[in-house]
Design a protein around this ligand. Structure first.
Ligand code: HEC
Length: 166
């Protein structure tokens, strides 16, 4: 009798083992296998999406190189360090009073004669022409500096012309 019970239990146990094995739930790839498969699919999806990302990056790169080109063009217009550091921020690198199509704080200077520019600058400095911004700026500059700047800005149209012909 005992033998029969042990025999039945053995068969049931073996049957369960086979059943579990076939289902593969707890091991051999059951649920976990599915998760791993899912991860595999996600990764695959991502690698499919990757070219799109590259497009965006390429666009960005294009935009940056376009900007660099612009900056390069502005940089091609050679100005003195004094003009660049003290005047360009309000009057533009080339004295146009514009930067990237937007008006800047200072008016257009390009096209004015050196004589008129020099007179304006001296007048600002001496307070005969009222402008706090310009006066404050020019206070630290000597008359000689003003002359140099006026002469330089007076040359801007010729410089712009020379650039166009390049
Ligand atoms: C912070 C901004 C700013 C900076 C920097 C600046 N300017 Fe000006 N500038 C102005 C403004 C604003 C006016 C207009 C003043 C007015 O019309 O009363 C002006 C006017 C002038 C004028 C008279 C132009 C005109 O048509 O009436 C000259 C010339 C001038 N600036 C030259 C210079 C020079 C040279 C420098 C560098 C040393 C310089 N500016 C730096 C803001 C600036």
């Amino acid at each position: 009798m005992k033998n029969i019970i042990v025999g039945i239990l053995t068969v049931v146990t073996l049957g369960l083992m086979v059943f579990t094995f076939m289902g593969g739930n707890a091991y051999h790839g059951g649920h976990q296998g599915k998760v791993i498969e899912d991860i595999g699919q996600t990764t695959a999806k991502q690698s499919v999406a990757a070219p799109e990302e590259k497009d965006d990056r390429e666009k960005e790169r294009d935009a940056i190189s376009a900007l660099k080109e612009k900056a390069g063009n502005a940089g091609a217009f050679k100005v003195s360090h004094m003009y660049k550091s003290k005047c360009a921020s309000c009057h533009g690198v080339n004295g146009s009073g514009y930067q990237n199509g937007k008006p800047m704080m200072g008016p257009k200077l390009i096209g004015q004669t050196a004589e008129k520019l020099f007179k304006d600058l001296v007048d600002f400095k001496d307070g005969r022409k009222e402008n706090m911004v310009m006066k404050g700026l020019l206070i630290s500059l000597s008359e000689e500096d003003l002359k140099k700047l006026a002469d330089e800005i007076g040359e801007f149209p010729a410089r712009a012309e020379a650039l166009k012909n390049k």
